[in-house]
Design a protein around this ligand. Sequence first.
Ligand code: URA
Length: 433
Amino acid sequence: MRMYDIIYKKRQGHELSKEEIDFAIGGFVSGDVPDYQMSALAMAICFNGMSSRETFYLTDAMMRSGDVVDLSRFDGLCVDKHSTGGVGDKTTLIIAPIVACLGARVAKMSGRGLGFTGGTVDKLESLGSYRSSLSSEEFLSQVEKIGIAVTGQSGNLVPADKKLYALRDVTATVDSIPLIASSIMSKKLASGAHAIVLDVKCGSGAFMKNEADATLLAEAMIDIGKQFGRRVCALITDMSVPLGHFVGNSLEVYEAIQVLSGKGEARLTELCVALASNMISMVLGLSIDEATERVLDAISSGKALDKMREWICAQGGDVSLIDSPTALLGAKFKHEFRASKSGYISKIDAEGVGIASMLLGAGRAKKDDEIDHFAGIELRANLGDSVCENDVIAILYASSEELFDGAVSKLDEVIEISPAVPQKSELIKKIVF
Ligand code: URA
């Protein structure tokens, strides 16, 4: 078999076989297939797409390129959730203890973020000495004991994706539905969950800018999951404005604690309740109404917050921060961002707010950059709010006052105030099964 022929076949729009896809991925991981041939294949996939069968073979080849976690001892109760990314998305921190306190198991491997803010692991590391690199024995025994563990991704989880994603990133081949779907699903499947709820974002702060493309991506991922015998569903949700009021690592942990204390921002709470309800409905076999009732009770009774304490304590984090969360808003410098005129907030562009928070130190531009856990943005106004000139609409948090100028100019560009009340987009656009 020759890589040249495989590239040519895909370039001509034909369907690749399992053997051809295994050859390309196996050779790429071992180094026998050079980057330039893999980039050519990725580009041919971008132009010509892949059938459902090809996408399944690609996912399977990538999943088998490294470790595959065996969660069979948990009797089908392990449920995972994946969000395609967005600004202010701290839903994992909220949902994981909710579903774990209701009897599902959360054995989650999360990444660090490259981009606007950190990933879930970066956020958790705001909690003092939270241990984010558990050995696989520690990880599984914690799931067994308390129903929840969240650790960083093991070095050998889907190495094919690590290598391919880095190549796609610099060859303009990220935004292809089969490549995104196989990349995400290979990692979810290798992590071993029995059921998966996908939160596929659309809007300015997301990969998929509109609902139609987000639906196609969701359908492709569900199709892969089903071919692997997993239960999968997807919520298509809005990411044109940031999720919740806080963007930045420790700030997002603060907001997660607020939601679990029953004091969360409405849209963020609505999304977490919907995701958690779908998760437990799938693994506990409940109707969605019964599942929603249990989720709401887990929050109002304090059981979910207790589970968060138990989880953070088991992983060595500072539990006192859960009881006194304002310490998580402890950046050295704060700056008030004020309305330049009176009117209605007509735009809070998610991507722009993400960039502003990165300029304050909350995200990474390069893989090895340090993040500042306390940096970020607190939005004091929502889309559609009426404001008067000079009202405070956001608070910026940073470790140095010099960082404020860049972030303020960005926010000036991306927060708009108009004389007319704007239209708001629905948070949950649809659920795809
Ligand atoms: N997230 C991933 O993990 N992979 C992609 O290809 C895109 C987003």
